[in-house]
Write a protein that binds this ligand. Structure first.
Ligand SMILES: [Zn+2]
Length: 585
């Protein structure tokens, strides 16, 4: 059996793993690369296998970073069946069409620009027609049922507790009279999440492909996050401000609706306050997805099913409004009524939420509440990291709003959750391949797994290839970092230079104040201390630059170096933000 990693390694998105067994070829997921420009450019690269030769595709769940290249695969000649759980299929009917629509619109826009320059038109990655054809190839499968998809491969989906329909996939491969069991975790959810059931424990695996999104993080507890969200909303409402919750249209938005429903229709302490606060879902995709959730209530967890039986639909409440048209969306920013707007995309790199940010970020009484993972390079990440100005639709917008990050809402298990899920194995796995995480998270989780289970962990690269034979794993191809070493270095270098430049501003301001206030000893003492801190920062920044430049010259960068540089930059950025707060600059 051969295993090749065609996405979702080294970067978070683009999940896609290729397996060859007994002359057949199967793919696990075929996700879109999302995030910054360099990452998205990977979608234009040819697949590292021939799509015409793929026999089957197994899809863990509907999120676009797992499903978004399926129409492209079909366009390039894949004719086989696509196995997915029933709710995953339902969600894909809206999500793949939506994704195709985005690609078509983008290509149209780029074409107009190109034609004006006398260049050729730009073709979309795929069209709605391609998406429709791929939907016809889906073969929905029930949870927990064994499906023999050919003589040598049997699969089974079990609930991964991540989003509606999400699955952990068990695969039994028969080769040379021997059966090898591979488990693909897909994305593992958190326990005790609303609506969705807990991730199912799997007891046996020879090999495991495990996600590592939050491999280096711990979430807030469920009670804390619900409390934090409620208090933040009430607080903002009292200040006459708007709460903007950038949210993934599918999954997270329904989860937030469910949590809020508790304050409107349940027996929450905040009922009186919430009764006055309108909540707008401003995302056509989120509205459609909510309908699909309602249709698939049979796979909800016990609490949600009980609510429905008692007559309270947990995805509806009196003050909840779904906006449809662009005009309705625009009207939200014209009115000064305090409100909650839940809008996509979750990382603010696209979608209607960008308009709401443009109109509200500069206001002091606005509160932006992030409830999901923010990937590097996205607007969401910049805001969480404390950036003071952003560019939106060509306008410079000051960030005066209160930015808040509630991590407990994550759809992903955190480090403890992943380790706990792994404890469920009674037999195996012999080796764990870590995927679906930024390198820092992968490295830290690998260390933890090593410590706890004494299991070998492999961190595959993009396009790296392994041969699994006679209980041994042999590397055939080392692969490469998906973004290339140099692109990472450049990013770090740009960051380091920016920091160095920004550090000098508050430093000069200090010097200014020191000179003017020389009679006030307390102030001088304080300033001197701050000045010392600033100098340390400068030295740190210098160190980052030297390290990066050396790596650049040597044209090599290991995960370890990358991690070190990245940590340094992060540390610098954090300190810088603190300094800006202290100096008011
Ligand atoms: Zn996912």
């Amino acid at each position: 059996m051969k295993l090749k990693f065609a996405g979702g390694v080294g970067v978070l998105t683009g999940s896609c793993h290729y397996i060859e067994y007994n002359g057949k070829k199967v793919l696990l997921d075929c996700g879109l690369f999302q995030g910054r420009r360099e990452t998205e450019a990977l979608n234009d690269q040819p697949f590292p296998f021939n799509p015409e030769e793929i026999d089957h595709l197994i899809l863990s769940h509907a999120h676009i970073d797992h499903s978004g290249r399926i129409p492209l695969l079909v366009k390039k000649g894949f004719k086989g069946k696509i196995y997915a759980s029933n709710p995953t299929y339902d969600l894909c009917t809206i999500m793949l069409m939506d994704s195709a629509h985005i690609h078509e619109t983008e290509a149209e826009w780029k074409t107009n620009k190109a034609l004006r320059k006398g260049l050729d038109p730009v073709l979309p990655l795929y069209t709605k027609e391609d998406a429709q054809i791929s939907l016809n190839q889906f073969q929905p499968v029930l949870y927990e049922s064994y499906e023999e998809i050919d003589d040598n491969l049997t699969i089974r989906f079990v609930d991964a507790g991540h989003i509606l329909g999400s699955s952990i996939v068990e695969l039994w491969f028969k080769e040379n009279g021997k059966t090898t069991k591979l488990v693909f975790s897909g994305d593992i959810g958190m326990k005790n999440k609303p609506i969705i059931r807990d991730p199912k424990i799997v007891e046996k695996a020879d090999y495991l492909i495990l996600e590592s999104t939050y491999g280096n993080r711990l979430h807030d507890s469920a009670d804390e996050r619900v409390e934090k969200l409620a208090k933040a909303i009430i607080d903002t409402f009292h200040n006459g401000g708007t709460v903007i919750i950038p949210s993934f249209a599918v999954g997270r938005t329904q989860e937030i609706i469910y949590e809020l429903n508790e304050h409107y229709d349940g027996d929450s302490d905040y009922k009186k306050e919430f009764e006055k606060i309108p909540v707008y879902i401003d995302s056509p995709l989120a509205s459609k997805a909510t309908e699909i959730f309602k249709k698939n209530a049979h796979v909800f967890d016990k609490n949600a099913r009980e609510k429905i039986l008692s007559g309270d639909n947990p995805l509806e409440f009196k003050k909840l409004y779904f906006t449809q048209t662009v005009d309705e969306s625009k009207a939200l920013n014209v009115s000064n009524e305090p409100k909650v707007i839940i809008s996509a995309s979750g990382m603010c790199n696209a979608g209607r939420v960008r308009h709401h940010l443009k109109h509200n970020l500069w206001k002091k009484n606005t509160r932006v509440i992030f409830v999901g993972y923010q990937a590097q390079g996205t607007l969401g990440r910049m805001l969480v990291d404390g950036v003071k100005r952003v560019k939106l639709f060509g306008d410079d917008v000051a960030v005066n709003a209160n930015i808040m990050n509630i991590e407990g809402f994550s759809g992903h298990a955190d480090q403890d959750g992943l380790l706990e899920w792994m404890e469920g194995f009674k037999d195996g796995p012999k080796k764990v391949f870590l995927v679906h995480g930024e390198d820092e998270a992968r490295v830290e989780l690998a260390n933890k797994i090593n410590e706890k289970f004494e299991t070998d962990v492999i961190l595959p690269n993009f396009k790296s290839e392994y041969l699994i034979e006679n209980d041994e794993v042999k590397m055939l191809e080392a692969g490469e970092h998906p973004l290339g070493d140099e692109s990472i270095l450049e990013e770090v270098l740009i960051n380091a230079k920016r920091i160095k430049k920004e550090i000098s501003k508050p430093l000069e301001a200090f010097m200014d104040t020191v000179e003017r206030d020389d009679e006030d000893h307390v102030t001088i003492e304080k300033l001197e201390r701050l000045q010392g801190e600033m100098q340390q920062l400068r030295a740190l920044s210098e160190q980052v630059l030297i390290m990066t430049e050396t790596s650049l010259e040597e044209k090599k960068l290991t995960v370890k170096q990358y991690k070190r540089i990245n940590n340094l930059v992060r540390e610098l950025e954090k300190t810088l933000v603190n300094m800006s707060i202290k100096t008011g600059k």
